[in-house]
Design a protein around this ligand. Sequence first.
Ligand code: MN
Length: 455
Amino acid sequence: MKTLLQGGAVVSGTGVQRADVLLENGLIIGVGPDLPEEDARTVDCTGRLLFPGFIDGHTHFDLEVCGTITADDFRTGGRAALRGGTTTVIDFAAPDKGETLSHGLRRWQEKAACAVCDYGFHMTIDDWNETIEKETGEMLKQGISSFKMYMTYPAMMLPEGDMYKALLRLKEVGGIAGVHCENSGLIDALIADAKAAGRMSPASHPRTRPAPLEAEAVGHLLRMAQVADVPVIIVHLSAKESLQEVCAARKRGQTVYVETCPHYLLLEDSVYDNPDYMEAAKFVCAPPIRKKEDREALWEALKNGEIQTVATDHCSFTLAQKRAGRYDFTKIPGGLPGVEHRGILLYTYGVAEGRISAEDMCRVLSENPAKLYGCWPQKGVIAPGSDADIVVFNPNTEGVITAADQVQNVDYTPYEGFRTKGRIEQVYLRGTLAVYHNRTQETKGEFIRRGKCLL
Ligand code: MN
């Protein structure tokens, strides 16, 4: 059965065009003005924007961390993703300590067996030896083309020489690294100082992870990447000073890709000064929420193309889980929920407020992540032959975000009470209507085999 989306405006990274879109067997088979109805089921999309399904390149579903497990798994997280227009997530697979990458991949494939949206994995490299070096090539064959490394959290970090070797090896096999950049040693020293002084509340969280220590690690990584002559991705970049490091590297001729997150674009660090522990703990994540000037610099960078993608780093914990750190801010499980609200937030505070265009939004949510993570043009574009992943967006309506009507499996949202412009009315996942006016229907997610970076 064919479906014809009629009369909408199709958004791409380069323009918005009035066009019908014809879907069949999970694929887009036609895009153009006034396509013939023939035997198709027709859907009136007059006045609607049609975006390619959004891709969230940074989620953590079903992750055991901080002595607990994230509140969302691939079912609940996937349902929230779909409701927010995200049809593909790229989560992080990680081997257990001392295990092989293949072991990590198998474990995550099992976790994702219940996925309701499409998914891929970045592979975490937190150990370096001959087996893992060999396996990086095997990962590419398995459709895993991006890898995660850490410059903070001692248990996850590679020794510097190994990190350099890993960067070289990834270049050889056609992979790319995304790196969590925060200086580890100084952060640990600042945490020890705060604890010694008895400053145990969430207010100490941002003070022990200040922006210069992110920028230092970004600069450090970029010098390593310069010597290795490899492109890299800075994940969840949060600070103006970090952008300056990226800018300097680009001036030297390096290729650097940058991801930021909605919470860095929309929130400010005063959230940590709330005397109510739970209110402040809700916002604990790393890097922490920054200052107004950082937020403004990020919007500017998004507008002028210095930031390639906005992903959520969705890592949800319930308030009960967040309570674990009530006497010690370092024990608060770090992470924010966000996968359900990224699209509407970007539209409301980006497009509707004139900071970015609808094309920019399409680029950072769909087109760029598809290219960066090697699943273009299967994903990230409304064009014949691509997967029929489509968001039908009504720009002429308003709403308010509240945890009371979200489907992500968590009892708060960092965006409680945020007013929204527009609404995601329908979401198609490979041609199946997955969301219709806030109701989600059963869908089955598929593993997306990805190739080399195309951005
Ligand atoms: Mn993360």
